[in-house]
Design a protein around this ligand. Structure first.
Ligand SMILES: Cc1cc2nc3c(=O)[nH]c(=O)nc-3n(C[C@H](O)[C@H](O)[C@H](O)COP(=O)(O)OP(=O)(O)OC[C@H]3O[C@@H](n4cnc5c(N)ncnc54)[C@H](O)[C@@H]3O)c2cc1C
Length: 453
């Protein structure tokens, strides 16, 4: 029933204002099926028929790259089995990333924050194929992706294969960004995948064991039990806090003779940690860390990491500092994956950092490729261009002004396209959008010109 209403609404909008109808669909169903229904305007009606039970239409092949937040959100909302869906990812499970730092401290078990993708797909109730493989090339002109299996064959090779698509969903997230800092890839720990969190946890425990050995000098013990976290963003702060609770409140009790050597340092290049949030949050976090004995060094940019030392530059003083460490964790920065960068070059987006999409998450310049999540960014439309297009369409007799009935006709479109209008109305305690017209119209004839509009 819901689906029927949706298509009726969409179909009406499509005929009266095609570009707008695309947005309407995307807004009405903010999930994946809307994206698929939106790959192009021409085939839209055919898909509607397909959903109404016409089985003669050939199923469109939808290929989804990734099993992270973006891909699973898409898959969970895919309601129709009228597509042939293939999912490709080197990870056969979805991971709840916000709890990774808790896995690294052992508060939460890794198995509690993962869900096998095959379970998720099974619950969809229709056939979705999954391949545990990595896409390493997208060929938009041939409409296919080239993949490499993560499993090794009997011959010790990783199988390569290609998959054709009608619609491609790129949801491959991002990779760690080391900002080309020497030594980071080789020596730092990351906090991006389940394996990273488990590895960091084991290394911390190894540090305590090594520091407990009898022939270790005090200086060496101090180094081994110095834990350095780079980056005062949300993940770095979360990790430093978890690490503190883990080592100070739990592990140190098991190693009472060496607990006084434990030190945690957080390095941040900016002037404050959590600087993307409200100042009150920043100062609360900074003072809490101070109370906990976490040494927060702001204005410090890491310049190099060796196997035992982190070098950083103090921006204000212009001096260099060198921090001997036992473990250095780099939960900072994300960058595009190499095959995504290659794809971006192919489609003329080579100078960008992330894949650019329109507001329907369609990769700019391609009708059948969508990108979502950390690998993409939405290019906002120019509001004024939209406004004048809506205005001109409503202004049927070309007077340059809208009267009440003309205005009424575009209200629906405006509210669908700009949900903030309704928020504005609520905040301003206006009954409906016509009150806006009354407020801005001239004289008694209740008309509004483009400027006021
Ligand atoms: C420790 C941590 C804590 C976080 N906490 C929060 C939080 O509290 N709130 C918040 O909003 N965000 C948080 N984030 C950020 C959030 O996890 C990301 O924004 C989110 O994961 C992005 O989703 P995504 O689907 O784009 O990428 P991901 O979730 O990273 O998924 C990418 C998927 O693509 C797959 N993939 C990779 N390469 C390929 C390839 N070549 N071919 C096919 N598939 C590929 C991967 O295996 C994975 O399945 C956190 C991140 C981390 C690391």
């Amino acid at each position: 029933m819901h689906g029927y209403k949706f298509y009726k609404k969409a179909s009406k909008a499509f005929h009266s204002y095609p570009p707008l109808s695309r947005l309407l669909l995307a807004c009405t169903l903010s999930g994946g099926s809307a994206l698929v229904a939106f790959s192009d305007g021409i085939s839209f009606q055919r898909r509607v028929y397909a959903d109404e039970g016409n089985r003669q239409c050939k199923k469109k092949k939808v290929v989804v790259l990734g099993t992270g937040w973006a891909a699973t959100s898409f898959l969970k909302t895919l309601k129709s089995d009228n597509f042939e869906v293939q999912v490709v990812s080197p990870r056969s499970y979805f991971a709840f990333t916000p709890l990774l730092p808790s896995v690294s401290s052992g508060t939460v078990e890794a198995r509690s924050i993962v869900e096998p993708i095959r379970n998720i797909l099974k619950r969809r109730g229709f056939q979705v194929d999954f391949k545990e493989a990595e896409c390493h090339k997208i060929e938009p002109d041939k409409k296919r992706v080239i993949c490499r299996s993560t499993q090794t064959t009997n011959l010790g090779q990783k199988e390569e294969f290609s998959i054709d698509y009608d619609i491609l969903i790129i949801a491959v997230g991002a990779q760690v960004n080391t900002f080309n800092t020497p030594g980071v890839s080789e020596h730092a720990h990351f906090m991006k995948e389940i394996g990273d969190a488990q590895k960091a946890r084991n290394t911390v425990i190894d540090c305590f064991e090594r520091a407990s050995l009898p022939r270790i000098s005090d200086e060496e013990r101090e180094r081994i039990l110095h834990f350095v976290v780079v980056g005062g963003g949300p993940v770095g702060v979360e990790y430093a806090a978890e690490l503190h609770d883990h080592v100070v409140q739990d592990i140190s009790k098991l190693y009472p003779s060496i607990q006084d050597y434990v030190k945690i340092t957080l390095l941040e290049a900016g002037d404050h940690i959590l600087n993307m949030y409200d100042k009150r949050i920043t100062s609360f976090a900074e003072s809490k860390f101070k109370r906990d004995g976490i040494d927060v060094k702001t204005g410090s940019t890491v310049t190099m990491v060796t196997d035992k030392e982190v070098s950083a530059k103090d921006r204000a003083a212009g001096t260099s500092l060198s921090l001997p460490y036992g473990i250095v964790v780099w939960p900072t920065g994300i960058g595009s994956r190499p095959f995504v960068l290659d794809f971006m070059k192919q489609i003329g987006q080579g100078k960008r950092r992330l894949l650019a999409t329109d507001e329907w998450l369609r990769v700019e310049g391609l009708d059948n490729v969508y990108a979502l999540g950390d690998c993409a960014t939405i290019n906002q439309r120019r509001v004024m261009e939209d406004i004048s297009a809506i205005f001109s369409k409503a202004d049927r007799n070309n007077t340059g002004k809208l009267n009440k009935s003309e205005f009424k006709e575009v209200i629906g479109d405006i509210c669908e396209r700009y949900p903030q209008v309704e928020i504005h109305l609520k905040k301003s305690q206006m009954k409906d959008i016509l009150t806006l017209l009354e407020k801005s119209s001239e004289g008694d004839d209740k008309q509004i010109d483009i400027e006021k509009f």
